[in-house]
Ligand binder design. Sequence first.
Ligand code: SF4
Length: 622
Amino acid sequence: MMGYAGNFLEVDLTEGSVKETSFSDEVLRDYIGGRGLAAKILWDRIGERWEEIDPFSPDNILLVLTGPLTGFIPGTKVCISGKSPQSNGMIGSTIAGEFGVDLKCAGYDGLIITGRAERPSYILVCDGQIEIRDATSIWGKGGRETLKHLVKRSVEDIKRLRPNYGEVKEPSILYIGPAGENRTRVAAVVSKYAHGAGYGGYGGVMGSKNLKAIVVKGFGPLPEAHDMEKAIQLFDEFSRRNFEIEDFRRWGTGRGGYHFGAETSSEPIRNWQEEWHNVESFKGEEFDKYWVKRYWGDFGCPVTCLKLSVIRSGKFAGAICDNPDYEFEAYMGTNLGIFRPEDNIYISYIANDLGLCGIQGGAVLGFAAELYQRGILTREELGGLELSWGNTEAFTSLAEKVARREGIGGILAEGVYRAALKLSQIKGVNLLQYAVHEKGVAIGAHGIRSGEDFAKNISYACSVQAGDHTSLASIREYGSGEASSILSDSATCCTFTTFDIEVEEILQLYEAVTGFRLTREEWYEEKALRILQIQRAMLLIGGPDINWRPGIDDENPPRFWEPLPSGPYKGKTVDRNQFEREKQEYYKLVGWDERGVPKPETLRKLGLESVENKLRNTKIID
Ligand code: SF4
């Protein structure tokens, strides 16, 4: 099919073998790429044994997939997936950068990685030449060292493999830090030192495969498009509109740092005990003085939402990261009681270097601090750390312990939910009441209690990606909600570049690139729904350590039922009756029964008989 390179790389790390594979046009039309195709591949290959497969076992499959729009739309992403060590379902976790474009220009639409390498390794893809190389010398190293080493070494390798090419620019690299190597469930797959795919915990999956990095350089053109003229015209039009998103270009996503706290009361503060603050030091302007790069964008992206900040002097001198980035600002800032930009830049820098997901890692640090606040975790148990709110050095030390699984870090590395279960057992009290998560996935930094943010009532509770704030369940009519996220994550586009672009326009670009006409109705009523059912089934089957109970686990965390204690929305919380009503409405909309289980007739209509059979065999369908 046009728009695709046509080949996928299958890498078996146990065998040390590499081969090419492809998918039929029918599969590509139904599942597009990225998240959709990941659901298809995972279901076909390990769906039958889903409940038995430990996400950290060699049996798990790590997928890095592009989509047909990768390279053809301003800004671009790849989708990382597999069986998630956080939810035990499947999460499509996207990461921006040039990796997808380089991969397609190398001649591949994605990587399907199985097994476990005998020793630390990385995969090098240079056009059609693939090597599995030794990464022993960088195992244990942080992101900064890893990147420095890999760029230098890979440029030399690429010159060796392509001797006549001349000057070689740095390749695209996905890598993990110590958090991933140590198989924490809060580890991200990282890129460009600033981007992370953290939902899902796939950094830990890479670590379990002894895979430190994937390095790609493609010298070829993008694949042929069906109607290149039209594709270019739409690219230009989307770019023009993206140039008008002034807020993101000027402030990055960190613009929300003040807005979500002060005005919408939906930013996590001190482990979500509050969601309101009016601390002026967290206004976008306050970060201006740290910027060394004001407009930084990914391939072909005029939004340039990245801002590179550096601390030049003082105790945190040398810290560098993309800041303000809203999620980092919230989870490594307000949620830890940190309201000083310098401290936020520093701890974000350390978390990036460790390869911790800003959201999952920040959530578990905040959870530990609340237990300390309540006297449940002692200073001794924390290895001598005075984990009081705002103590940046203590939080940074704890982040190190989590990434390296040292002391209490070994428990916290399991993520908020599993750590709460374990500590409840040790302490003999129910600590789940302080764990803000949805089905094992810490919730993005957008609270639902004030009702003023884009996440609402059932957004997380009914999402097949659980706490993922980029994929929210919604009862609003088609054109919003998870089905739209599935389109972006499958095509693959960066959501920030599609704010002002209608679904119809994305489908026009999809047609110009692939030559295949896909209507809005076909997407929302058939194809997106099919992908959603597969993800839902995987989530419900779960295992081996945790199974989610239909009808029970589609629930907000206890904290979200507590009334907001301060701010303009003081006293407000989610209305239980409305929540239950919307939940049932949503189940109906997507073809689930009153417990939230896909109905047999829904599955049959979508040609998912194998999913029906599996749900029957596991007694989820009676
Ligand atoms: S909007 Fe931001 S994250 Fe998305 S592609 Fe552009 S620069 Fe990258």
